[in-house]
Design a binder for this molecule. Sequence first.
Ligand code: XMP
Length: 521
Amino acid sequence: LVLVVDFGAQYAQLIARRVREARVYSEIVPHTMPVAEMLARQPKAIILSGGPSSVYADDAPGIDDTVFAAGVPVFGMCYGFQLMARGLGGEVAHTGAREYGRTPVRIAEAGTLLAGVPVEHKVWMSHGDSVAQAPEGFTVLASTDVTPVAAFEDLDRRLAGVQWHPEVLHSEHGQQVLEHFLHHIAGCRQTWTMLNIAEEQIERIREQIGDEGRAICGLSGGVDSAVAAAIVQRAIGDRLDCVFVDHGLLRKGEAEQVERDFVAATGVKLHVVDAQQQFLDALAGVTDPEEKRKIIGREFIRSFEGAEAAVLRAAGLGDDTDGGKVAFLVQGTLYPDVVESGGGAGTSNIKSHHNVGGLPDDLEFELVEPLRTLFKDEVRLVGEQLGLPAEIVWRQPFPGPGLGIRIIGEVTADRLEILREADAIAREELTRAGLDRDIWQMPVVLLADVRSVGVQGDGRTYGHPVVIRPVTSEDAMTADWARLPYDVLERISTRITNEVAEVNRVTLDVTSKPPGTIEWE
Ligand code: XMP
């Protein structure tokens, strides 16, 4: 275990991911955690992240200097580098000279940390103060025009640091430097592999649920719920029941991927609720986006709970009038959600909030969260390891309300069919061009209430436009429109207008987020 101490910058998650890419398990802890508590977790190394402030600011976040004297290897990055320098008697100067962005760094002595890294290379900097003098016992390894001490190490005490951000992609050789610290200075073993992750989680879930417990899991068609279900299935076999509500708002082929391919790959017991007509009826005449979202959410819970109640009753769990019987509810919570909601270990108990499905009030669910420690990219790799279909493992993010919020106007069966066809063509061409993994997602939107005049063959047409919205993004909070090659756009446009009779115009959305959101509704 490597602990990444978060000093409030946005970099801690990225650092934790890079450590895991180096095959070493890592977790993030807040800088407010007492050092004794960190050490009690017996970390193999501690990494101090960057932070937004100057070490001299009044409210500057700090860490007790005892962290450097505990015999645990420590690596400081940016702000963490300065904390280390100051904490051990070096000098951090308020030079007023700032360095931001890509900066050339020169290596004076490679040492262990920078061994094999080019003498001159570019790294990502973001700091105001600089280390003017390294603490006693440290070897200065590198400098820049502005910063005399840009990297140092003390191999005896196994302490090291760099002024730059090795975790960002803009820093050349960043991963190499991080790995030198982890593998060669701290001596961490490379045990964090996808096979181990999967096996460890299966074992943990088996212990949590025990020999008698039963679990239920809702599948959405997305990667998180699929991988979570597959792990639990490996742990407890057919004491897991999966429920898939087919609301008819999925894209072409996605329901079959769940019902056929996923079941074939995992052997899970699946209960499909065909709720297509129910959703269409509920959405009839509705055009307001928020209204649609509410209706879809409400109908979804209604269907899921109905199925859940039936499954539990069949398992002898639902009709226990004394209460007290525990069922387990599987959820695909990811590590970033855990960090963002304040961390906390273990699972929490939730009281069932259900009532529309006819569940008894006193039925308690205990949450099972097999992905709680994982990042999204790790979830995909575990999914591959478990043999899930590539279409599910590599699926782009897709909103819960599905195509319902990609039809601008009322949602009807005909319109869903049109959009499904257009969307399938766009996805096919993207895959054929090998661009699937280069973009974040590519919604196709049907402007169902808009018509425009066109000409096809000898005839005049009066059809609907679709909008293609390819975006790049790191986290969906911000996004940029993706510069897809013209020939790919051309193929998408030609095929959609040729093959989908009702569509006679294809347009491209070139709006970033903000101001536009990724979805249109
Ligand atoms: P927006 O449109 O807000 O979307 O830029 C950001 C990301 O969230 C997805 N999205 C949703 N996901 N339920 C979901 O599970 C929803 O109601 C929902 N709305 C938007 C969207 O596809 C994008 O990835």
